[in-house]
Ligand binder design. Structure first.
Ligand code: NIG
Ligand code: FE
Length: 400
């Protein structure tokens, strides 16, 4: 069975081999055909589209690749709205708040954690996200981290162990023993369920030696690596990420010129999380420096109950454009193809021939509206492999 999607006012392919030849590869008045395998088998002008078994007409709307949210912490219980309110009254963000969520998560049943995962991933989907990564990091015992990654597996396309998020209270006086737990028994228990290992390399969390110890253990098990790096201040995180060939260095809020240079000359993706700066009222990273130096940049939500409780990639795009001086085209590319690069995926984040037909239809004639109309729910329908996971009708969500 083939599906023809037509009447597309503006199609963003994310490949310069198409349409206007820009990095977004924009095709106007476009159509594409999706085969049985959920992949794109024809792209071109709507006027020259071939016949297909079924036809869907988007009536002039824009179609973009589904967002790839490559950084989210979704396995947790409770929230920290009070901490947010205190921050907005002037209290600074610190890593310490994580322990509040750790206590709530440990006390929660599997059902509660699962319901939260279901709610948040549904929120993401209806805002256009079709591929997502999810981290553990609010359990911090072998059993609670194992439970977190097992639950995450059912909802996320990539799962990351963040046992090294903070040192839990019971190890407060012996942090190196906690590092030994993470790099030994915890990794052993979780290895089968994870794709990546992450460390929060920051003052108040883990230092360079502790970070390296965890990453060496990940490497020995041939797991991928990503790092929370340079979020609260300059530090060794970015350099360690590059040294270990990490898939991504995330946050990158405080970068030295050497950090920018290292990222630009490596395969490590610089993942920017502007929702965090928004929600912690902090200075934004210098995206222009990274882009102008030639680094691959991704945008992600960092959805978590502490530093940034948004699941909205469109919000991140709007912030990246307004606050980090990215062009709307750069921001969309970073939220799709950049995220895919950060997860080592070439089949998503673009809509070229052979790619998965994971896409979002916008209630707008152009992708520009994502930044131009901030806060407006522009995502009309979301399709995965050419099949609809959810419809949005003016905010009402109906599951087929
Ligand atoms: O990415 N930086 C470390 N971890 C999260 C925050 C988690 C929390 O505050 O609960 C982050 O910002
Ligand atoms: Fe994070």
């Amino acid at each position: 069975m083939t599906n023809l999607f037509t009447g597309i006012g503006q199609l963003v392919v994310n490949d310069p081999g198409y349409g206007d030849g820009s990095p977004l590869g924009i095709v106007d008045d476009a159509a594409f055909v999706v085969g049985d395998d959920g992949r794109i088998e024809w792209i071109g002008a709507a006027s020259s589209a071939p016949e297909a078994d079924a036809v869907v007409d988007f009536d002039g709307r824009a179609v973009i690749p589904g967002f790839v949210d490559s950084h989210a912490h979704l396995v947790f219980a409770g929230d920290r709205a009070g901490e947010f309110a205190a921050r907005m009254s002037g209290r600074p963000y610190t890593a310490g708040g994580i322990r509040t969520t750790v206590a709530a998560t440990r006390a929660a049943s599997d059902d509660v954690l699962q319901a939260n995962l279901r709610r948040l991933t549904a929120e993401m989907r209806r805002q256009g996200t079709t591929t997502l990564e999810c981290k553990s990091g609010y359990g911090l015992t072998v059993d609670d981290e194992q439970r977190s990654v097992t639950l995450a597996r059912d909802f996320a396309d990539a799962v990351t162990l963040l046992g090294a998020h903070v040192v839990p209270p019971e190890y407060a006086d012996r942090p190196d023993e906690y590092v030994d737990l993470v790099r030994g028994p915890m990794l052993d228990a979780c290895a089968a369920d994870i794709d990546y290992v992450d460390v929060f390399c920051e003052k108040g969390a883990f230092d360079a030696d502790q970070t390296r110890a965890v990453l060496d253990a990940a490497r020995a098990r041939e797991l991928g690596i990503r790092l929370h790096a340079n979020q609260l201040g300059e530090g060794p995180g970015v350099q360690i990420a590059v040294e270990y060939g990490a898939a991504s260095a995330d946050h990158c809020t405080h970068l030295s010129d050497a950090d920018v240079e290292s990222l630009a000359s490596s395969t490590t993706v610089a993942t920017l999380l502007p929702g965090v700066e928004f929600s912690t009222r902090s200075p934004y990273p210098d995206a222009r420096k990274l882009l102008d130096a030639g680094a691959t940049v991704a945008l992600a939500t960092d959805c978590n109950p502490g530093s940034c409780y948004t699941s909205s990639m469109p919000l991140c795009i709007a912030l990246a454009v307004r606050e980090m001086h990215m062009t709307p085209a750069e921001a969309l590319l970073a939220a799709t193809r950049g995220g895919a690069a950060a997860l080592g995926r070439d089949d998503v984040g673009r809509l070229a021939l052979g790619a998965r037909a994971d896409f979002a239809v916008l209630n707008a004639p152009s992708y520009l509206h994502l930044a131009y109309r901030p806060g407006v729910p522009l995502v009309d329908t979301v399709w995965m492999g050419g099949a609809i996971p959810c419809h949005t009708y003016g905010g009402h969500v109906a599951y087929p």
